[in-house]
Design a binder for this molecule. Structure first.
Ligand code: FES
Length: 386
């Protein structure tokens, strides 16, 4: 049996006729077509079959395929424009359920996700359908090589890629080029905006009334804000007295004002508002504590109230282990020490859980003496670890 230079060697054997590596001068003289052919030869690739998808340019089938690809790029571009519009102009400031503008606010995240997802998806489908519709039908056989590629291989691969583009006649497909450029450009612009905008937006806009700085515990017109727990019935007002809680235990509480009694909407809002939940912890008598500077009077005896919203990414820190005094966030395992102003001691959270100032009023109920002195929830540009 005789073998030609193009016969692939048996599996596992070295090619007995490796192609000659051209000199630098020969390489410089080669055109794109020759380089692409050389690339195949160097890689021991034998092209068994190669046929263009549209050998006759300008047919109706070709135009149809071109429009189908362009349509996906156009959808991607429009989605990216919509993403930028939503990201920049849709009302994103937090609104509590029932507040004016809540419905619009609640669509912000789904719309950002949908438009961004569509931009990526349509761009991907556009690229895939371009490859499927225009790349030549090709069957090749290649022997496997070990080790890194050399300079010749790298240059020839680039030539092969360029040839592949040429084989699909990308140069004369201006509709696809324009829509693909539009989609990639607008999508890139959206990504850039998404990266920069959070650094530019002013979390202080609105000052003391800005959504990031105010919770449902903020006193309004001097009205007392009681601590209540949720019985499952918003109309059943279960206010908290110190004797309701055992030493070494934790209770989740929400704000209540007498002016809200009977007002179902306001009562439900107080229970559902994302930044309202507070964990009321009663330490065992005599437990040593370290108080935070400036917040020495925030507790009442052994009672300490901390925001339940994790300062990492906002999960509820629902677990309190009274033996170790650790408050645990189940999401990413951040741990806070209840006896040291809930400062983080493990995990990704970077700052303590904000503490709610509390006392007991003349009637013997636990009440808040003010709102949290800092923003609750995840850290951000001006609120970071301390
Ligand atoms: S949200 Fe609590 S640790 Fe991540």
């Amino acid at each position: 049996m005789t073998t030609s230079r193009h016969d692939p060697p048996p599996l596992g054997a070295e090619n007995p006729h490796p192609p000659r590596t051209p000199s630098a001068a020969e390489l410089a003289d080669m055109d794109q077509e020759q380089l692409a052919t050389l690339a195949a030869n160097l890689d021991d690739v034998e092209i068994v079959h190669n046929q263009r998808k549209f050998p006759i340019p300008g047919t109706r089938a070709e135009k149809r395929a071109e429009r189908a690809v362009a349509m996906w790029f156009l959808i991607s571009a429009l989605s990216a424009v919509a993403f930028i519009g939503v990201f920049l102009f849709w009302p994103f400031e937090y609104k509590a359920p029932g507040d004016p503008g809540y419905a619009l606010y609640s669509y912000y995240t789904p719309l950002v996700g949908f438009t961004f997802g569509m931009a990526v998806l349509a761009l991907g489908i556009g690229v895939i359908s371009y490859v499927k519709k225009f790349f030549p039908d090709e069957v090749s056989v290649q022997q496997r090589h070990d080790g890194a590629s050399d300079e010749v291989a790298r240059r020839t691969v680039m030539a092969q890629l360029a040839k592949a583009g040429k084989d699909t006649d990308i140069a004369r497909r201006s509709l696809i080029k324009r829509t693909a450029g539009l989609a990639a450009g607008v999508f890139g612009l959206g990504l850039g905006l998404a990266a920069v905008a959070p650094l530019v937006r002013d979390p202080w806009k609105g000052r003391e009334e800005a959504a990031l700085w105010v919770t449902g515990w903020k006193p309004v017109n001097g009205e007392t804000v009681y601590l209540r727990y949720d019985t499952g019935d918003p109309h059943e007002i279960a206010l908290v007295r110190p004797e309701d809680q055992d030493p070494g235990s934790m209770m989740t509480v929400f704000p209540f004002r007498e002016s809200e009694r009977g007002d179902e909407e306001a009562l439900i809002r107080a229970l559902r508002r994302a930044d309202n939940p507070v964990m009321l912890i009663r330490l065992r008598p005599g437990t040593p504590v370290v108080l935070r500077e400036g917040q020495e009077d925030f507790h009442y005896g052994d009672y300490y109230a901390f925001s339940k919203i994790c300062t990492h990414l906002g999960c509820p820190t629902s677990l309190y282990e009274s033996q170790t005094q650790r408050i645990l966030c189940p999401c990413h395992q951040s741990q806070f020490i209840a006896t040291e102003y809930a400062k983080p001691v493990f995990g990704p959270a970077a700052r303590p859980l904000p503490q709610l100032p509390i006392t007991v009023n003349d009637e013997g109920y636990l009440v808040a003496t003010g709102d949290f002195p800092e923003a609750i929830g995840p850290s951000f540009w001006e609120i970071h670890g301390s």
